[in-house]
Design a protein around this ligand. Sequence first.
Ligand SMILES: [Fe+2]
Ligand SMILES: [Fe+2]
Length: 290
Amino acid sequence: MNTAICPDFTLEAVYESMASLPVFPKIVHRALKVLDDPNKNITDVGKIIKLDHGLVANILKLTNSAMFGLSQQVSDLDTALALLGQNKIREVLIASAAMPYLARDLNGYEMSPEDLCYHSIGCAMISEVVSKRLGFANSAELFTAAILHDIGKIVLDIYVGPRLMEVLDRSRREDSDFSVAEWEVIGTDHAIAGSSILQQWEFPRDICRAVRAHHDPDLYIQDRLSAMLALCNILSVQLGLGVGADGFRYRLSDQLLYVLDCDEKDYFKCLEDAVKALEDARDVIQLIFG
Ligand SMILES: [Fe+2]
Ligand SMILES: [Fe+2]
């Protein structure tokens, strides 16, 4: 029997914490549905977004950041949507709605509000360049998964905090990834928690699966979206992008590169692309946090 696993009541408490999280704005899902409806247009999407003033403000802030690389500054939503186009609207919607969840102190993981935002935005921006480099067509889904991949940390933080040293000791002693030790000590890990949160928020199954798999080689080799997310995350980690106490306790697996048909040369090209994306992500964070 593994005596290190917390008693059941702790897991129940974790699930209660998840259930008490504010729901992901329904308006975003509605806007995404309209975006995918061939009988609707961008003006219809704008009408829905304008129902939430906070969301409009966040969208304008991000639209004017390095994240979307527009050649001009915009101050109204209609112009922003017209310039962004369908795929980028999807991304700005998800990123804008995710920011309030990501910008928080995670003392348990030793992460500041900037850290999780930087890591998540950086990972999403890396996903764009890596999708191009490796010819991955489903870049919009990957972007969403990348922004939200560590969302489970916002719930697990209070449980990891008191046992962080135990998790780190175990990870070092067993030479295992942080998430493995996290699961052994806490009884769950942030990838499992994150996937449950996204299911609760009614995100597509493929995205929930990729988030669940992002630290688990047995799972992420099973589909390309999951493998791509795992790669983008490990690139972010290797570049030290907004990492916390768990930062450098993850490894790149050979299997990952094999299933993505990515040789060493491709990998170093991805790393070079990621360095540039990281600089742009830093500009976005400066814009958000001032
Ligand atoms: Fe993670
Ligand atoms: Fe991560």
